[in-house]
Design a protein around this ligand. Sequence first.
Ligand code: ZN
Length: 336
Amino acid sequence: MQSGGHSYPVCSVQDGSYRRWVPRPTFPRSIVEFQRQFPDEEACRQYLFASRWPDRFSCRRCDGSEIGLMHRRLLWQCKGCGLQTSVTAGTVMHKTRTPLVLWFWAAYLVATHTPGISAVQLQRQLGISRYETAWLILHKLRGAMVNPEREPLRGEVEVDETYVGGRHSMRRGGRQRDGKTLVGVAVEVRGTRSGRLRMNVLGGLDQDTLAAWVSELVKPAAIVRTDGWSGYGGLAQAGFDHRPRLQHLRQPDRQFALPRVDRSISNLKNWLQGTHHGVSPEHMQVYLDEFVFRHNRRRTPLAAFQTLLGLGSSHQPTTYEQIVTRRHRHLAELTG
Ligand SMILES: [Zn+2]
């Protein structure tokens, strides 16, 4: 069964086994292409197969290379030894009752829709009858936006912090008012461009908190550029090549000191105001994760799509609960 001009393992209709393997397909460039590539459940199952075994199937128990599909139970079964593997194991779709096609569409929309997408929009666009289903899909996809094994920032990094979430943006020194959240921002310098981005809710602006936060994100000995705030005074001792902006520089010169981190903060504020109104402090990190995910995957929609679905990696995707727990522990360490 061949469903479109893309390259997949070809499924023989008679016994449902996947016999031939070809490289992973390229990412659909349009909605029309997407529809052609993922018209039904079978196309999605084949894609899952190609993602798990990009070269050839190899049974982890008997090393057999022939596999069959048990359609009704969403299981693959090794023809040599009978070992069964769930089609969705290790993905966000595991044990789902929602059709795979809907998950694929949701991940595609989330990955390609630049400002992000709400549960209501998702429900409407995909014709999902229950709002709760759309919300749950989105919730799970968002849970995949934090990569627990991500590499630390390296080379040269701009670091700054800001208050976000209220009606007016406030610089440090202003008193914190209702709904404001303190957010730390770190951006890699890549020539004239921005590299990878990190954003975290911070518990304070003191030396211990800031040094612990930067140490968590940035590889030791990297160049770290900040403004002249005394709270960054512990970075050199923490092992970084700390280069603070000199205090005597006049205010207008600031934009030349930390242009990338300034731009990221400005984009974040526009995004929070334009797309999400009134994000409360307890949910802020989830939005920051989404913003950072979009920034870091902005040139690789295929990677974004696969990451959202929990595909294309050998490790099990982290559950949302694990992420929340880890984050709370992390914040407790930062602020405690
Ligand atoms: Zn086997």
